[in-house]
Design a protein around this ligand. Sequence first.
Ligand SMILES: [Ca+2]
Length: 223
Amino acid sequence: MSDTWYGCIKLFFDEIYEDITPPTPTLDSVPPQAECLGSIPVSWSGVDNQGGTGLANFDVQAQVDGGWWTDWLMATTATSGSYPNITWGHTYSLHVRARDIAGNVSNYTEPGSTQIKDSTPPYEAHVNPLAPAHQAPFAVHWGGSDACSGVATYDVEYNVGGGAWQPWLAGTWSTNGTFDPASPQYGQTYYFHVAPMIWPAIPAPGRRRSAPSWPSTSSAAVS
Ligand SMILES: [Ca+2]
């Protein structure tokens, strides 16, 4: 009878406690793109095998541009997080594995990847103040600032006496130029403004994306 009883108990405990099957993790979809200066929202879940000991926690790793996997959250019981410190132009991948109470650990999931974009125009642009009077040619200086990908190029326009804006320089990376109109109108006031450009939202060689407006202050000079 004792053998039978032991057999029953052993069967019982085998079924309840001898969990040698790892759980199955799931990485929820990560956004294909995220804005720089932000973070990547990530969530995950998992399920243990039928009759298993149950989920204990997760390990989440991250990878930049296909490099080495590095630990982000280890043995976490959380099922979501915001991956921080992301940089424009890079691609971040994440994957997750699950651990059950018996200590069985799954393989990592297939990774999900997010490309970091910059869709925020430069936050500042200016034309340096000019002296009240100049004789052409004269130098004009300008600048701009962008919080993320940086200013790529500038477009600079001018007008005479408050008239229509006319293109002067387009797509220049320089922050100064020598203004030398073909026929300077002496006695008139010349105004300048500048639009800084950033690279495309998603890196693509050879293309620029315009700032939506001409955010600069204008400066005046009398030739
Ligand atoms: Ca299990």
